[in-house]
Design a protein around this ligand. Structure first.
Ligand code: ADP
Ligand code: MG
Length: 679
């Protein structure tokens, strides 16, 4: 049997090392992966009559060329060409700017398909720079692939076509025939060909359903097997679940939700099987103190604990907070990050190996091979979505089946959480600490920017601090400000004499830490930043935030950003600045202004933009795009969940011969991790 998974992309026509490199950016490493690079959409080349086709949205019309004018030169060296077309019902004028070749190639009297947005008046229609196909040749639905600079849709389409020709016949289908029959699923070979080149919508839908089913099924089987792997025994069992002495250390009263979740963790850790628990909670719901309680419990029972944070800034902050909280109880807390100097790093590692530290907080540096833990009983990861299951298990390996506590960064709707974290039990912190006033949120246009800046200035004058968030570090998109230019302009201009600083993800770890530490200490008044600040940083004196180009962010991300203010006793404000006119975009931004509950926002985000945005996959590659598209299909999720439990009841180890293909697919998903869900 031919296995396309290991076939080099460069065996395809027109693919050399450069294109192979570009394909890698799309996650396509071999011919097999190319076949699985599903289109993100389709152009509908099914023509409509020019006269009745809707205006203002992309449509295809069919017409014969009547005559051509141009190119004529207009101002600024631009050229304009016009082509007149008719389909008998109506006339259509095509306009091409700075493009002599496309109109020149059109032959008078010939029929073509034109794809684009129609505008115009009652009896005359216009279209600018349409996509063109000779009539009769093109299939009705044409694939549109995810693009990366340098790879055109045309090239990808041709490469996919060639790759599909290499599929063996019949294709080896991981779904056994009985399962396909029970769920009315088409064969994999048909599904793959159809998803790229669908003859019609009905066939496309059948292909989608089948491929989605497979994806969801295998993902859930993988998560289940992972859960089983961690259903081991552990020697790290609490000797007591009483945490009243911990509570006495706190400067505040715990919320009811915090108590409940701490009890859940304590009960888990009192059993001889490792805890696998996810804590979900809104921004500011106080997840850290729950983690601290779990660590305290573990340490009282003679274990050590570690906490891994996704960034240096956050690790340092946790370290400082937890040290302040726990050292009075005689707990020795250490910090290990990649940014530390060699000598202190060595000292911490030695202390860890000797077992003279009880709680160690750090970044990925904790995963490094030369880091040795003693009696590691509890592993905590903060802001889980930045870490993969593989990293999780790498930490497991550092101890003997230690307990695991995962804190999520962002509230995630339940359907998604079940899929993403199917291997974990879920605790929900559904109560904010008392005394929080919701962050007042407003949407304004750039005409009011100056007033907003003045408002920020007044807060700085009163001794408060603030953030300005920009979508880009540098470079300017159309109508977009970059953090670096904005920071330069503001610090020399409007905020001259104030202590401002720039913070972004491309700065060195030590630089970032220095800026963040200065901000936390109140030495910096105004931080102009990118989304790096989204991750957990806690500065209670920061009470105002301005988010530039707010339309560029997902709802959950805006909510997460907004969570950086409103952390103290002062009233806080978040100003969303956007000139976006699109009604959907404005509606989205209004949701943030009105809604303060992170779970509700996450549900809304899921509904409006799909799960990719919600999970920030663009940045973190957590869910493969094709997985993302499926996460909204709750009916399909439910159906696959049923199939999973039925399958595992009949064949828990998937060792029956007809399940060999499924078994292999599950192993592959866990092992090569490329699909993204485990990343
Ligand atoms: P998140 O859930 O977003 O990680 P944190 O753990 O950072 O939230 O907590 C946010 C802030 O709330 C911290 O300053 C923390 O000390 C404080 N906090 C946590 N629990 C309580 C409580 N029960 N009462 C008052 N303040 C609390
Ligand atoms: Mg946090």
């Amino acid at each position: 049997m031919r296995d396309l998974r290991h076939e080099d992309l460069q065996t395809l026509h027109g693919v050399g090392s450069r294109r192979a490199q570009l394909y890698r950016k799309l996650g396509v490493t071999d011919v097999g992966a190319l076949v699985r690079l599903y289109p993100r959409g389709y152009l509908n080349f099914r023509p409509q009559p020019i006269l009745s086709a809707p205006l203002g949205e992309p449509v295809t019309v069919r017409g014969a060329v009547v005559d051509k004018k141009g190119p004529t030169y207009v101002r600024g060296g631009m050229t304009v060409s016009k082509v007149r077309v008719t389909d008998g019902s109506c006339e259509l004028i095509l306009t091409f700017f700075n493009n002599k070749y496309t109109p020149a190639a059109l032959e008078i009297g010939q029929e073509y398909l034109f794809y684009g947005k129609l505008s115009g008046s009652l009896l005359r229609r216009e279209m600018t720079a349409p996509l063109i196909q000779p009539a009769g040749e093109a299939p009705a639905l044409q694939p549109v692939y995810p693009l990366t600079a340098g790879l055109t849709n045309k090239v990808i389409t041709a490469n996919v076509r060639e790759a599909l020709e290499r599929l063996e016949d019949p294709v080896d289908d991981p779904l056994p025939p009985a399962l396909r029959e029970a769920h009315r699923l088409c064969h994999l070979g048909y599904a793959l060909r159809t998803i790229h080149f669908p003859p019609d919508e009905a066939a496309l839908e059948a292909a989608r359903r089948r491929l989605g089913f497979e994806e969801l099924l295998i993902t859930q089987l993988a998560l289940t097997s992972l859960r089983d792997r961690t259903r081991l025994t552990t020697a790290s069992v609490l000797t007591s679940t009483d945490w009243s002495d911990f509570e006495a250390l706190l400067p505040f009263h715990l919320t009811g939700a915090q108590r409940r979740v701490i009890d859940e963790c304590a009960a888990d850790m009192a059993r001889p099987i490792p805890m696998n628990r996810l804590i979900q909670g809104d921004v500011g719901s106080g997840k850290t103190v729950v983690a601290a309680a779990a660590a305290w419990l573990a340490i009282q029972s003679g274990m050590t604990a570690c906490m891994m944070a996704p960034t240096e800034i956050l690790a340092v902050q946790h370290y400082e907070n937890l040290r302040r909280l726990l050292e009075p109880a005689g707990i020795r807390v250490g910090l290990l990050t990649g940014g530390m100097k060699a000598a202190p790093r060595r000292a911490v590692k030695e202390a860890m190996a000797q077992g003279t530290l009880d709680l160690i907080i750090g970044t990925h540096a904790l995963l490094s091979e030369d880091v040795i833990f003693r009696r590691l009983g509890l592993v905590i990861t903060d802001e889980q979505h930045r870490f993969g299951v593989n990293q999780r298990s790498a930490l497991f390996q550092k101890g003997e089946n230690p307990h695991l506590l995962v804190m999520s960064a962002t509230p995630i709707p339940r359907t998604i959480a079940l899929l993403m974290y199917g291997d974990l039990d879920i605790s929900i912190l559904d109560e904010l600490p008392p005394g929080r006033t919701p962050v007042e949120t407003y949407l304004i246009g750039s005409d009011k920017r100056q007033r907003a800046l003045g408002y920020i200035k007044r807060h700085l004058d009163e001794g408060r601090q603030g953030y300005i968030v920009c979508p880009l570090i540098e470079g300017e998109g159309p109508g977009m400000v970059s953090a670096s230019r904005y920071a330069a302009e503001l610090s020399d201009g409007f905020f001259r004499g104030y202590r401002t600083a720039l913070l972004h993800g491309r700065m060195k770890g030590a630089e970032k830490d220095a800026v963040m530490a200065a901000f936390a200490a109140g030495e910096i008044q105004l931080l102009i930043a990118t989304t790096v600040i989204e991750v957990g940083v806690d500065v209670p004196n920061a009470v105002i935030m301005l988010i530039e180009n707010a339309e560029r962010f997902g709802l959950s991300q805006l909510h997460q950003l907004r969570g950086r203010v409103g952390r103290g006793a002062h009233r806080s404000t978040c100003i969303l600045l956007s000139d976006a006119k699109n009604p959907d975009t404005r509606h989205r931004l209004q949701v943030i202004c009105k809604e303060t509950d992170g779970f509700a926002i996450a549900e809304e985000d899921l509904r409006i933009r799909g799960p990719g945005e919600l999970l920030g996959q663009a940045q973190h590659g957590m869910v493969s795009p094709r997985m993302a598209a499926l996460l909204t299909d709750t009916a399909l999720i439910a159906e696959t969940r049923q199939a999973v439990s039925l399958l595992l009841r009949e064949d828990p180890t998937l060792s029956a011969p007809e399940h060999a293909g499924l078994h292999a697919a599950v192993d592959r998903l866990i092992a090569d991790d490329r699909a993204g869900i485990f990343n």
